[in-house]
Ligand binder design. Structure first.
Ligand SMILES: *Cc1c(COP(=O)(O)O)cnc(C)c1O
Length: 806
């Protein structure tokens, strides 16, 4: 690569190169080029600029024989990369000014980039934040995922209901990726396994597949902040393996191949959808492992030291087939004996648990795994057999059924993950405690030394520096720029939180961010919101346990009271929701409809709408989060205690100066631990209370309904036609609450939530006190930078050290 073409050290060089590339690429002048063409050429320039660093990073790793980490994740919720990459490379201002000279607004170009929505929510966003921190901390850490043809669906709202539309994010191609056909490999499915002994008595295994697909990698450079270290996010695309198919069967085969990398989380409510997901899991695991092995063997004579040079982190159980797949390669392809192979596998792989929700703990019918992955299944069986033996002979026979990997015709993926790795971590202190004492307590008894906590984090670069330049400037003026590289230094702000002038300037910055969000809401939804009202936001996936229902029921309560009592008025409030529901999740979709129906009533009531507005921002994604979080005054984190593993949305709001209105759940606990109860608004049942109610069978939703008039009034509106003329519209919600005994304690927490909301409105009216509280939150948010999280993983699990790329 000729680096002189890829450096634009100043504005003039940038402008020259940009003009030249537009002409070369499109045969048009700058004036004639379309905005999407300008975007693509700029993106390619930035990617090429990063390529030199990319090459040098690879060489340093090879020369210095550095250990590397691979983050295996089914999801990377990346969002846009242009601004992030320009900023991390330190060339944003050069490019912005150069474009301005050409009469081009950089913001308009930034808007051309499609969000890379390769994930559902928090878990995928965490993976993306981790990549940014890894590179920024000079650590060799790469991502391994699928190149989904379509991102998570786009959400539209029609007749107050969610409609899913395909997200064609690759419409104009992906400027960041480089196709690497030379690194392609074939992945085998189905068929049968032949085994025999060779002349030395060693087992020989031959898997004759019924289906072969070619995995072709697309590499995306991951650039760090103010460093030349550049890592790789490898996205695998499924393509036909030409030797495998005959032309008469081509079209059916092509369809079967394409399906594998078509969608994020294909609908798993059908037999067919489920198998497809298992195919996806093995596809990207097998391809990723294959690549790691091939690369390792280019640098080292054999695989004996694999665990010393490679760490693999499993983001939840989705990639857990890494365990049997790596075993398979070591046993079948390289002739290792079981114990040696097992030692290498266990010491390479580590597992992160993300949930305590029983229905989210992955398991697969034995028959699926057996049919689709016959050899891998044999290995899982052997892992299970040996593990059972070990447990029995360690005197814990009584727990065998709780910890077995294969039981009652199912493969328990979390159990396979724990048995096959050397580290099991939860994602917040409370979550890890729940794993140890409840969900995985039998494993904790067997292997206490495996268990550790790594509280999640967010990259403060994307979520503060780049998305909130107004606040960043104010912070720089107040405490200097040290916090940019050392987010813990935000703590320096503590010395200034009582400064009335700073308090006032903070409120001005917040107002500016609220105005930006208000403009977006007006432009896209036609709703006028009052920027002087309290911006109260709940933005996250729609789930019963996250309790958007509690929030909207409280809105209904306020509406009814204001309608009935002209003497009762609230401080003006804008309730902002944003959430996608899984396409097959009926309850969640009804909640979205309820929010819209309530919004219609409230926003169109001339009297009530002076005091509150209800806004649902469609299609929640990273780009929306970037303008929503930093405009919020109140951060709604109101999950049923014990259910939200960590949450990361909570951290984004905190870092941008919002009050957490939340339960003692997930990382909320650690937020309060840092800011103090006086700088948060905590309410509701604690984990112990919920456990107690459950154990004693002490919760009866009808008691709450009958004994609290306000609760009864609110619940009745679900079926009495107040918000919809069709009494069946919210029937599923009503039934979940009243006939399934309110599994998530919505009504049990209602009064506590209402009181907390009243305190919020009291506190907001003391502007200085409010600003001080927000400043304390910002000051204490450094801990939640994913730089801290990644340092802990690097030191305590991966044992990797910073690179020096000069
Ligand atoms: C941060 C983020 C999430 C996670 O939000 P939680 O409140 O932690 O569930 C989900 N989706 C997007 C787009 C995000 O940016």
């Amino acid at each position: 690569m000729d680096s002189k073409f890829n450096k634009f050290k100043n504005k003039k060089e940038f402008v020259e190169e940009f003009k030249r590339r537009i002409i070369e690429r499109y045969g048009r002048s700058i004036e004639e080029a379309h905005i999407t063409e300008k975007y693509m050429v700029l993106g390619e320039m930035v990617r090429d600029y990063a390529s030199v660093n990319w090459m040098d990073t690879k060489q340093v790793i090879k020369k210095q024989q550095k250990k590397e980490m691979y983050y295996f994740s089914m999801e990377f919720l990346i969002g846009r990369l242009l601004t992030n990459n320009l900023m991390n490379l330190g060339i944003y201002d050069i490019v912005k000014d150069g474009l301005a000279d050409l009469g081009i607004d950089i913001n308009a170009i930034e808007e051309m980039e499609a969000d890379a929505g390769l994930g559902n929510g928090g878990l995928g966003r965490l993976a993306a934040c981790f990549l940014d921190s890894l590179a920024s901390l000079n650590l060799a850490g790469h991502g391994n995922c699928i190149r989904y043809q379509y991102g998570l669906f786009k959400q539209k709202i029609e007749n107050n209901e969610q409609v899913e539309v395909p997200d064609v994010w690759l419409q104009y191609g992906n400027v960041w990726e480089v196709r690497k056909p030379k690194h392609a490999c074939d992945i085998k499915f189905g068929g049968h396994v032949d085994m025999w002994f060779d002349e030395n008595g060693k087992t020989v295994v031959n898997h004759i597949p019924s289906f072969v697909v070619r995995a072709v990698p697309y590499d995306v450079p991951v650039v760090g902040y103010d460093t030349r270290v550049t890592n790789t996010l490898r996205l695998w695309n499924a393509e036909i393996a030409p030797d495998f198919v005959t032309s008469d069967k081509l079209s059916k085969y092509v369809a079967e191949v394409d399906e594998i990398t078509q969608n994020v989380y294909p609908d798993d409510s059908t037999e067919h959808g489920k198998l497809l997901r298992l195919k996806q899991e093995y596809f990207f695991v097998s391809a990723g492992i294959n690549q790691i092995i091939r690369r390792h063997l280019r640098n080292y004579p054999n695989l004996d030291n694999l665990h010393e040079k490679i760490a693999i982190q499993l983001n939840d159980t989705h990639p857990v087939l890494c365990v049997p797949e790596l075993m398979r390669v070591l046993l079948d392809d390289f002739g290792y004996d079981w114990d040696h192979a097992w030692y290498i596998v266990k010491n390479t792989i580590a597992y992160t648990n993300h949930t305590v929700m029983a229905e989210a703990l992955e398991k697969w019918p034995v028959q699926y795994v057996k049919d689709l992955l016959p050899r891998v299944y044999m290995i899982i069986e052997e892992i299970d057999r040996r593990f059972r033996f070990e447990v029995l002979h360690s005197g814990h026979g009584d727990i065998i059924n709780n910890v077995a990997i294969i039981r009652d015709g199912q493969v328990y993926m979390a159990h396979l993950a724990i048995v096959g790795s050397h580290s099991v971590n939860g994602v917040a202190t409370l979550h890890t405690e729940i794993l140890k004492n409840d969900v995985l307590k039998d494993f904790y008894m067997l292997y206490p030394e495996y268990f550790n906590n790594k509280t999640n984090g967010i990259t403060h670069r994307r979520w503060l520096l780049y998305s909130n330049p107004q606040l960043t400037s104010l912070l720089k003026e107040t405490i200097g720029a040290d916090f940019i590289k050392q987010p813990q230094r935000l703590e320096d702000l503590m010395r200034h939180v009582d400064d009335p002038q700073l308090q006032q300037r903070f409120m001005e910055v917040k107002l500016e961010r609220k105005q930006i969000l208000a403009d977006y809401i007006r432009r896209t939804l036609g709703i006028e919101v009052d920027v002087h009202s309290i911006f109260d936001a709940q933005a996250k996936r729609l789930h019963a346990y996250k309790r958007q229902l509690l929030n909207i029921l409280h809105v209904i309560y306020l509406y009814l009271r204001m309608k009935e009592d002209p003497g009762f008025r609230i401080y003006p409030r804008t309730f902002i929701f944003s959430a996608k529901a899984a396409a097959s999740y009926t309850f969640a979709k009804e909640v979205i409809k309820l929010i819209h129906c309530v919004a219609d009533k409230v926003n169109n009531d001339p009297e009530i709408s002076r005091y509150m507005k209800v806004v649902f921002i469609p299609n929640y994604n990273v780009s929306i989060a970037e303008i929503l979080m930093n405009a919020a005054d109140v951060s709604e984190q109101i999950s049923t205690a014990g259910k939200e593993a960590s949450g990361t949305g909570n951290m984004k709001y905190m870092m941008n100066g919002a009050l957490t209105l939340g339960t003692m759940d997930g990382a909320n606990v650690e937020i309060v631990e840092r800011v103090g109860f006086e700088n948060a608004e905590i309410f509701g049942l604690r984990v112990e209370d919920v456990d107690h109610l459950k154990q004693e069978n002490a919760y009866n939703v009808w008691d709450y309904y009958n004994n609290h008039y306000e609760i009864k009034r609110v619940v009745d509106t679900l079926t009495d036609g107040t918000f919809s003329s069709d009494p069946n519209d919210f029937r599923v919600i009503y039934n979940e609450l009243m006939f399934k005994n309110d599994e998530f304690y919505v009504l049990a927490d209602f009064n506590a939530y209402k009181d907390a909301q009243e305190r919020v409105q009291q506190r907001y009216q003391d502007k200085a006190g409010w600003a001080r509280m927000c400043l304390v939150n910002i000051a204490k948010s450094g801990f939640f930078s994913s730089d801290r999280t990644i340092k802990q993983y690097a030191e305590e699990i991966w044992h990797i050290e910073p690179l020096e790329v000069k």
